[in-house]
Design a binder for this molecule. Structure first.
Ligand SMILES: [Zn+2]
Length: 302
């Protein structure tokens, strides 16, 4: 499905998948996972490269689960050149944790530096292949996707997964972005990749099937923004559970009280209940769906 010099590390959902390009030229890693998995990311890269150094690091976007390993990789490989999408370059320079979404999501990301930006419309030679850089707003306004026309490979980040796409974060702040999600899906359809390496989940080839699922999901969110809001709130809670694995209900409530995005969603969609009741409703749905377990004492990831 993929050439031998394109290696995908499919990770659990806390960390985005990593793509290692080991063809001619500098060895390149695309996306680096969540910070709590950064040593695992480093050992995956070292095991695959042997004595060869990692020379380039590229981020499709700057969510914590895609660039949380940047800092460790930068300190482990002197001379590593880091490429980020240009939209958040100023915020990385001044390390603005609010604009970079780490603070409002209640997530962590160690500070990193960058050397160059991946300007949409440009081409980059990475791992001995030419990659077109395309803007892919929606899930994140500054995301890019990378497309190799010669090999028909798309690195789609969180713009398209086999069974959907990531939370449309701008919508949580009241910024319309569902249209942008649709435009990005149209762009991907035009590129017509043969193989898609998503930010999460398995590599896949059924583009039309995945676009059908994504468009249906998008239509559901457009028809009911409250449904998207509830989904987003559960994703934020699940992310926390993926990170800590187990937590008391009381501690989860306390954490959630400080998470700006949950506060906004509660204010807009849940305020006829207390925050506690609203959170308990979400937790009950997650327990019902099997994405959480309760062992009588602690809530656990499952
Ligand atoms: Zn993302």
């Amino acid at each position: 499905m993929l050439p031998d010099d394109v290696i995908v590390f499919e990770r659990g959902w806390l960390s985005a998948n990593n793509v290692l390009l080991i063809g001619s030229g500098p060895a390149t890693l695309i996306d680096s996972g969540y910070c709590s998995h950064s040593f695992q990311t480093l050992s995956l890269v070292r095991n695959a490269l042997g004595q060869r150094p990692l020379e380039r690091l590229v981020n499709t976007h700057l969510h914590s689960d895609h660039c949380g390993g940047n800092s460790l990789l930068q300190s482990s490989f002197p001379g590593l050149e880091t490429f980020i999408p240009p939209g958040h370059a100023a915020e990385v320079l001044r390390w603005d944790e609010v604009a970079l979404t780490y603070a409002p999501t209640g997530q962590s990301c160690p500070q990193f530096l960058f050397d160059r930006t991946l300007v949409p419309g440009s081409e980059q030679e990475l791992g001995g292949m030419n990659w077109e850089v395309h803007a892919a707003p929606g899930h994140d306004p500054h995301s890019v996707v990378l497309f190799s026309p010669q090999k028909g490979i798309l690195i789609s980040g969180d713009a398209l997964w086999e069974n959907g796409f990531g939370v449309v974060f701008p919508e949580l702040e009241g910024i319309h972005a569902f249209d942008a999600v649709g435009d990005t899906l149209d762009l991907i359809e035009c590129l017509a990749p043969k193989v898609i390496i998503p930010g999460h989940g398995p590599v896949f080839t059924n583009l039309s099937g995945s676009l059908g699922i994504a468009r249906k999901r998008l239509e559901g969110f457009i028809n009911s923004p409250a449904k998207h809001a509830r989904y987003a709130a559960k994703v934020l809670l699940k992310f926390k559970l993926l990170d800590v694995q187990e937590i008391s209900r009381h501690a989860l409530h306390a954490w959630a009280t400080d998470v700006t995005y949950l506060g906004i969603l509660y204010g807009r969609y849940g305020s006829e209940q207390s925050l506690r009741e609203w959170l308990d409703g979400l937790i009950a749905e997650m327990l019902g769906a099997g994405s959480l377990r309760f062992d009588g004492k602690q809530l656990r990831n499952s």
